[in-house]
Ligand binder design. Structure first.
Ligand SMILES: Cc1cc2nc3c(=O)[nH]c(=O)nc-3n(C[C@H](O)[C@H](O)[C@H](O)COP(=O)(O)OP(=O)(O)OC[C@H]3O[C@@H](n4cnc5c(N)ncnc54)[C@H](O)[C@@H]3O)c2cc1C
Length: 262
């Protein structure tokens, strides 16, 4: 059977486990007190497909307290540890990739309670991890007259990649919610970029400030929207554009990148 005729493929069922490539940490550099760029290196990355902008990779990490990668088994749907519990596998945006050297950069938000955040805080050069992917990215509409890119800190790596590929003639509005003023970063330059940073108030729900700021924005009715961040907030932002502003759904791409409290 040709792969495209395979019914399990059409139904979205994955039969083959996504392979993980073993890598080691080359360096960790803090871009802000709340974002670290981790560069990982490994021969196994040399034949990885180059990632598209705003794509995804999955990072497998040692279990807390261990420095070795765990044995993982594919159950037809997901990877599990031998005792049936879940390994630490998280999704990130692949950054700069050098196939020649086998090096990939990933920018990780350092938040209070994350397994990856804790790993990054203590990762030394040589620490082991594994990478799978890349998954599909986002294709910029080069004919769009205006773009809005909106998100929280987890979306910043993808937003920077999209700024780089949005044509210079396109009006470009960027809105980013950060938890702390010091989490703001320099964005790539773009001749028509207008950027709004929104600082989350203490105890405010993640994404609430972004939604409020988005509601106030003057955005052309034919603009194209890309937004990513906390899942509940993204649900509301999608609803805002589709139901309150009546945008054409083909022009609205909204992705939940993480879930508050889970
Ligand atoms: C396609 C895609 C691309 C992504 N790209 C990036 C990226 O480039 N950089 C990046 O940092 N993240 C990115 N994310 C989000 C990232 O996968 C999640 O934030 C993930 O939960 C982080 O794992 P962790 O081990 O640090 O925290 P977890 O162990 O997963 O979570 C522990 C606790 O922290 C909370 N939490 C998780 N993330 C955050 C956060 N950012 N702020 C506050 N609390 C949080 C959870 O709700 C949970 O209560 C992406 C997600 C997707 C789907």
């Amino acid at each position: 059977m040709k792969p495209r005729d395979d019914p399990s493929r059409r139904a979205g069922i994955r039969r083959e486990p996504p392979p993980f490539r073993e890598v080691v940490v080359e360096a960790v550099r803090h871009l802000t007190p709340y974002m670290a760029r981790v560069s990982v290196i490994g021969d196994s990355l040399k034949d990885m497909e180059p990632p598209e902008p705003a794509a995804s990779i999955r990072l497998l990490l040692p279990m807390p307290g261990s420095q070795e990668l765990p044995e993982i088994n594919w159950n037809g749907n997901e990877y599990l540890l031998e005792d049936g519990s879940r390994p630490v596998i998280r999704t990130f945006t692949p950054g700069r990739f050098d196939a020649g050297v086998g090096r990939l950069e990933v920018e990780v938000v350092l938040h209070e309670a994350g397994a990856t955040s804790s790993w990054v805080r203590s990762a030394e050069p040589g620490a082991v991890a594994a990478v799978s992917g890349p998954g599909r990215g986002y294709t910029v509409d080069r004919d769009a007259t205006a773009y809005l890119l909106a998100g929280d800190t987890t979306a910043l790596p993808a937003i920077c990649q999209l700024i780089d590929v949005i044509p210079a003639a396109t009006a470009l509005l960027v809105t980013v919610e950060v938890e702390h003023e010091e989490a703001q970063m320099e964005l790539p330059s773009h001749p028509r970029l207008e950027c709004h940073w929104v600082i989350r108030r203490p105890r405010q729900q993640p994404g609430a400030a972004l939604l409020a700021a988005t509601r106030e924005l003057h955005i052309a009715a034919d603009a194209t929207i890309w937004a990513a961040g906390e899942a509940g907030a993204m649900f509301d932002i999608r609803k805002h554009f589709l139901e309150e502003r009546g945008f054409d759904r083909r022009r609205v791409t909204v992705r939940g990148y993480w879930k508050h409290g889970r």
